[in-house]
Design a binder for this molecule. Structure first.
Ligand code: HEM
Length: 430
C-alpha cells in the first residue's frame, strides 16, 4: 500500500469512496480517504455494484471496540472482505474465525507453544534465517528487500511447522495469491478463481502434512496441532488443516511488509535512520513505530450479532463491519503527530497486531524475528538507497510492497561478520 501523508483540504466525495477496491491500496491514497472518514464519517457504509455492503469504522476507539467485543461483533462468519457475503467454511473451526468459548479452547494451548518463552529454543534457527536473508547484501549489488522479505517468515514458520524446505517458495507464492488475488503478479483467472485455487492447493497440502503426522508423530507445530486437545477432545482433520493454514497465512502475508515499509520509511526519513543507528538500543521502540507505520494487516471484518447504533448509524443484525487498522494507527486523537515517523515514539499503543481476544497469536514470534533482523541491519548497514521503483501490492487486506530494489553501503567489518555467521551456521533447515 502507498503510505502517504494526507494534504489537508484535498477534495473527496465520501459517497463515491470505495474501500473495497484493491486498486486504491496499490495506486490510490487510502490515508487521505481514512483521514476524512475519521473526521466526517466515522461509521461509513459502502455498497458494491453487486449489492453487497459493509460498514467501515476508522477511528481507533471504534476499531478497538469492534475487535474486542465478540458478543456484538462475531468472527465466526469470516473476518476478511475477500469473502464478504459468503459464509466462511472455517467458521467455528479455525481460531481466527471463531468466538469464545470455541476460540478460547483453541487459542489457549496454541498460546503456550507460541509464547515468547516457548520460542526461545528456536532463536538460533531464526538468527540463521536472518543471516541468510542478509547474505546477498555482501556482494554490493542490487537487493530486492521485498523479494527477500517474502521468503523470510516462510523460513522461520516453515521450520517451526516442520514443512520441507523445497516447498517454501511455492507456499509463499500461494499465501500471497490468497490475499492479493487481483494483483497482476498473482492473478491466475478472473473472479474468485485465484483465491479458490490458492485455498484448494493450500488445504490439500496441509491435509497431506496432517495425514503424514497421524501416521508418524512429529514434534513440530503441525504435529502439535495433531495431538492437541481443545474443549476436552482432539481436533478433527479439517480443524487441524484450517489452523495450519491460518498460522502460515498469518505469518507469511504480514511480516515481509513490516520489513520493507520500515526500511522505506527510514530511506525517506534519513534523520530517523541516523537517530536509530546512533543508538541501536532503540530497536525495540523503533520496531513498534515501523509496525504502526506499516500496519501490514489493513483490516479485519466482523458481523453484527444484533441491531445496534454506532455514532448515530443504525447497524442491523448480520451487517458486516470492517475495522481499518491502518486508519486507527493514524488516529490523531491517540497518536501525537500521527503522520510523523518517529523511531522514539512512546507511548505507541498501535493496533498493528489487532486488539482483544484475537490479538495476533504470532506477535511474539514476529517481534523476535523482526528484532533479530533489525538488530543486524542497524549495526551492519551504513546507508540504504532505492535502486528502482517501489511496487505496491493490489490488495484491500494487506498493505504490501511487492518489489523494492535497494543498494546498501555496509559498515566496515559488517561483511566479514555476516559472512562468518553464515559459514559457521550452515543451512537453515535442521
Ligand atoms: C508483522 C507481523 C504480523 C502482523 C502485523 C499480524 C497481524 C495480525 C492481526 C491484526 C490479527 C488480529 C485478527 C483479528 O482481529 O481478527 C492477527 C491474528 C492472528 N495472527 Fe498475526 N500478524 C503478524 C504475524 C503473525 C505470525 C508470525 C503468525 C504465525 C505464527 C500469525 C498468526 C496469526 C493468527 C493464527 C491469528 C489469529 C489469532 C486469533 O484469532 O486468536 N501472525 N494477526
Amino acid at each position: 500500500m502507498r503510505i502517504t501523508v494526507p494534504v489537508p483540504g484535498t477534495p473527496l466525495d465520501l459517497d463515491t469512496v470505495n474501500l473495497f477496491d484493491p486498486e486504491l491500496y496499490a495506486h490510490g491514497d487510502p490515508h487521505t480517504v481514512w483521514a476524512q472518514l475519521r473526521r466526517h464519517a466515522p461509521v461509513h457504509r459502502t455498497t458494491l455494484p453487486d449489492g453487497r455492503s459493509f460498514w467501515s469504522v476508522t477511528r481507533y476507539a471504534d476499531v478497538n471496540d469492534v475487535l474486542r467485543d465478540h458478543t456484538r461483533f462475531t468472527s465466526s462468519r469470516g473476518t476478511l472482505l475477500s469473502i464478504l457475503g459468503n459464509t466462511d467454511p472455517a467458521g467455528g473451526k479455525m481460531m481466527a474465525a471463531s468466538d469464545p468459548p470455541v476460540h478460547t479452547a483453541l487459542r489457549e494451548p496454541m498460546t503456550r507453544v507460541l509464547s515468547h518463552r516457548a520460542l526461545q529454543p528456536h532463536n538460533p534457527r531464526i538468527r540463521r534465517v536472518v543471516h541468510r536473508m542478509l547474505a546477498p547484501l555482501l556482494d554490493g549489488g542490487t537487493w530486492n528487500i521485498a523479494h527477500a522479505g517474502a521468503r523470510f517468515p516462510m523460513a522461520f514458520t516453515g521450520t517451526l511447522m516442520g514443512l520441507p524446505e523445497e516447498d517454501w517458495p511455492h507456499l509463499a507464492h500461494l499465501t500471497t495469491m490468497a490475499i492479493a488475488p487481483q494483483d497482476d503478479d498473482y492473478r491466475q483467472s478472473e473472479g474468485d478463481g485465484t483465491l479458490a485455487a490458492a485455498h484448494h492447493e493450500l488445504f490439500a497440502y496441509f491435509s497431506g502434512q496432517v495425514t503424514r503426522r497421524k501416521r508418524t508423530p512429529t514434534d513440530d507445530l503441525v504435529g502439535f496441532l495433531v495431538g492437541m486437545e481443545a474443549g476436552g477432545r482432539r481436533l478433527r482433520h479439517d480443524e487441524i488443516v484450517y489452523n495450519c493454514y491460518s498460522l502460515l497465512l498469518g505469518a507469511n502475508v504480514t511480516t515481509p511488509h513490516a520489513i520493507a515499509a520500515t526500511v522505506l520509511a527510514l530511506i525517506e526519513h534519513p534523520a530517523e535512520w541516523a537517530r536509530w543507528t546512533a543508538d541501536p538500543s532503540l530497536t525495540p521502540v523503533a520496531l513498534e513505530e515501523g509496525l504502526r507505520w506499516a500496519s501490514p494487516a489493513n483490516h479485519f471484518m466482523r458481523y453484527v450479532t444484533r441491531d445496534l447504533t454506532l455514532h448515530d448509524r443504525h447497524l442491523r443484525e448480520g451487517d458486516a463491519v470492517v475495522a481499518w487498522l491502518g486508519s486507527a494507527n493514524r488516529d490523531e486523537e491517540v497518536f501525537a503527530d500521527p503522520f510523523r515517523f518517529d523511531v522514539t515514539r512512546r507511548p505507541n499503543r498501535h493496533v498493528a497486531f489487532g486488539f482483544g481476544p484475537h490479538y495476533c497469536i504470532g506477535a511474539p514470534l514476529a517481534r523476535i524475528a523482526l528484532r533479530m533482523l533489525f538488530d543486524e541491519i542497524v549495526t551492519s548497514v551504513e546507508e540504504f538507497a532505492l535502486a528502482g521503483p517501489v511496487e505496491h501490492l493490489t490488495s484491500n487486506f494487506v498493505a504490501g510492497i511487492k518489489s523494492m530494489p535497494l543498494t546498501a553501503r555496509l559498515r566496515p567489518d559488517a561483511a566479514r561478520v555476516i559472512d562468518t555467521a553464515v559459514t559457521e551456521e550452515g543451512p537453515v533447515a535442521v
